[in-house]
Design a protein around this ligand. Structure first.
Ligand code: ZN
Length: 393
């Protein structure tokens, strides 16, 4: 860790929000980005790191993970699953609800360097019973709109919305629409947004989408379950096109099991946006690979997105979806001057890279982002190896 001013020298800057994809320097002072440009002059006290031939991006923002480490059977340790992969902000997607989020906020998250935010589950205890009861909306008495709204309103800049799982293990088909409406009501009353798990749904996908409005997030939207975004002919369903046009956010939430790359390929070929790339990091069974953010960004590039598009889906877009720019202490997913200096530096490896999903699809790519340095609030919080300091220059 260092608190000194820092100059990242001569990197390939990919900053989609500012339309940058060029060789440049990034100067960091007092935890903020203070200049971006070629051949920047800095004082002799500044630490200078040579990032020639490396890719410099805003720190990755994972809008769907599970980071309530120790608080339930599904959550992972944020720092060890984020920092080595270029992720600087992790959003916990409903691991806790209004009854048990305070221990996550006060005792778990503060032990991490990763910036951690959350969605509260509409279930009062979030995913605490996930392993035993499959998610926790089997008794609708577990829902309190009023208490969920109060908890979110008490935590601006920390709680960013309401999560509900529309999965047949989590809620019965006769309660699913009611639970969805209650979650939506809590999102409306708290002036936030709704994130809906839309994989393995007990009710039809169009029924779910009709309750969602602009800015709500459909996570796991590229799943290959029966109720997916494609019709029987492989065409995007009209209600899905309509949802995209209405501004519903299409989030990956890969999880190893909730993203079918054949569906992704169909979506790309039919102009459906991949709005946000996220991991759904969780403790998984051994036969499932839950990819980290750098792998997912690389995989989505391999399947057809440009680097600018793939990096935008992991930086500036999730920041916009959550409105992070409103909060001066949080990254806005850009390298704009004055923004919080959350930055990832990658090697762009060349070779043959292969990624799998649980549907048996394989994605093959020739390039992959491999993290070298992760910076949060201007401080180096993770580096792969001893950095090549340039000393005075
Ligand atoms: Zn999840």
């Amino acid at each position: 860790m260092t608190t000194a001013d820092l100059l990242l020298k001569n990197g390939t800057i990919i900053d989609p929000a500012n339309g940058m994809n060029t060789t440049s320097d990034v100067f960091i002072q007092n935890g903020l980005i203070s200049a971006v440009g070629k051949e920047l002059n800095v004082s002799t006290e500044t630490r200078v790191i040579d990032v020639s031939n490396k890719v410099v991006t805003p720190g990755l923002i994972d809008i769907h993970g599970h980071f309530y480490d120790g608080g339930n059977g599904s959550s992972v340790h944020a720092d060890s699953n984020c920092l080595p992969y270029g992720t600087t902000t992790g959003v916990d997607a409903g691991s806790s609800g209004y009854l048990n989020y305070k221990a996550m906020r006060d005792y778990v998250f503060p032990t991490h360097k990763t910036t951690l935010l959350c969605f509260l589950h509409i279930s009062a205890i979030g995913l605490a019973p996930n392993r035993q009861l499959g998610g926790g909306l089997h008794d609708m008495n577990i829902i309190s709109i009023e208490d969920t709204v109060a908890a979110i309103k008490e935590n601006p800049g920390f709680c960013f919305g309401v999560k509900v799982r529309m999965h047949y293990n989590a809620v019965s088909y006769w309660d699913a629409e009611k639970a969805l409406c209650m979650a939506k009501e809590a999102a409306v009353q708290s002036s936030t947004r709704l994130m809906v798990h839309v994989s393995g749904t007990p009710i039809p996908l169009p029924t779910i989408l009709k309750h969602m409005t602009e800015g709500d997030i459909a996570t796991h939207v590229f799943n290959g379950d029966r109720e997916n975004i494609l019709d029987n002919h492989g065409n995007i369903r009209s209600e899905v096109k309509d949802a995209a046009e209405r501004g519903i956010v299409f989030d990956v939430g890969h999880a190893g099991i909730h993203c079918d790359m054949a569906v992704v390929r169909s979506a790309i070929s039919q102009d459906i946006p991949i709005d946000t790339i996220s991991t759904d990091l969780h403790i998984s069974p051994e036969d499932r690979t839950v990819y980290k953010m750098n792998d997912l960004v690389s995989q989505f590039h391999a399947v057809g997105l440009s680097w600018d598009q793939a990096i935008a889906a992991a930086t500036t877009t999730p920041a916009k979806v959550l409105g992070l720019a409103e909060y001066k202490n949080l990254s806005d997913g850009t390298l704009s001057v004055g923004s919080v200096a959350d930055i990832a530096v990658f090697d762009l490896l060349e070779g043959r890279f292969v990624w799998h999903d649980m549907s048996g699809n394989m994605v093959e790519g020739k390039t992959k982002l491999d993290t070298v340095v992760t910076i949060i609030n201007g401080q180096i919080v993770w580096s792969r190896e001893a950095l090549n300091d340039m000393g005075e220059c």
